[in-house]
Design a protein around this ligand. Structure first.
Ligand SMILES: [Zn+2]
Length: 223
């Protein structure tokens, strides 16, 4: 996971929030009425996706803009789920651009006591790079060492509930990071920083994981 600047709230969100939030509160909190059928956050999905070239803000895989559902179809996740936080149904800062697998198949309505690591955290100390590391031996995303017990729980829940170490996600990530490492080490020393920048400073698949690999290579004195 790599920090994403969600950008300013687009025009229209406030008005939808005013019109439709109460229906979600009534249904989930007050037990009144039918489940609402407004899903107007999807109107803002392209704007959100454009922030990262349609890469999922959670697992860093490229979403498939043409897919209707399943796997890598693009969705808008409610970071704090609507079922527990209906007042945030139309809250711009609660929306995360996400692949179907992360949002629907894995995260669903879960919300652990620790919460999850927010890909768009405004507080620098809460951003993803504080929480995660990459295990180059196994290819797993792991909690960073030295975290407090609470922060470690938050990192573990995020990793496990979003399925980041499931085989299909992990194998492709291993492939990408190994290719990056081989390409990097094959370059003359003076050209390496430019390749690192290309893969970490803009939204490409697994930019977060690749950034961690580059940092490990730097610390090991290999680059
Ligand atoms: Zn995803």
């Amino acid at each position: 996971m790599r920090w994403v600047d969600r950008g300013l709230e687009p025009a229209g969100v406030t008005e939808y929030a005013r019109q439709y939030t109460q229906g979600w509160i009534d249904y989930f909190q007050n037990g009144v009425g039918e489940r609402p059928t407004d899903f107007l956050w999807v109107l803002f999905r392209p704007t959100m996706g454009s922030r990262t070239n349609n890469i999922c803000w959670y697992c860093e895989r490229q979403c498939d803009a043409d897919a209707e559902s399943g796997g890598l179809a693009s969705t808008v996740d409610h970071f704090r789920p609507r079922s527990r936080f209906p007042q945030l149904a139309y809250e711009w800062t609660n929306w995360v651009y996400s692949c179907h697998a992360c949002n629907v198949e894995n995260k669903g309505d879960l919300w652990p006591d620790s919460g999850y690591v927010d890909p768009c955290a405004t507080d620098v100390a809460e951003r993803p790079d504080r929480y995660f590391d990459y295990d180059a031996q196994t290819g797993e995303i792991i909690p960073k060492s030295g975290l407090t017990p609470d922060a470690r729980q938050k990192a573990l829940h995020t990793i496990n509930d979003l399925g980041w170490n499931k085989l299909d996600v992990m194998f492709y990530r291993i492939d990408q990071t190994r290719t990056f490492t081989a390409d990097l080490l094959a370059l003359p020393t003076g050209d390496r920083q430019a390749l690192i920048a290309l893969f970490t400073e803009q939204p490409v698949e697994y930019a977060g994981a690749i950034g961690m690999v580059a940092e490990q290579l730097r610390q090991a004195g290999r680059i």
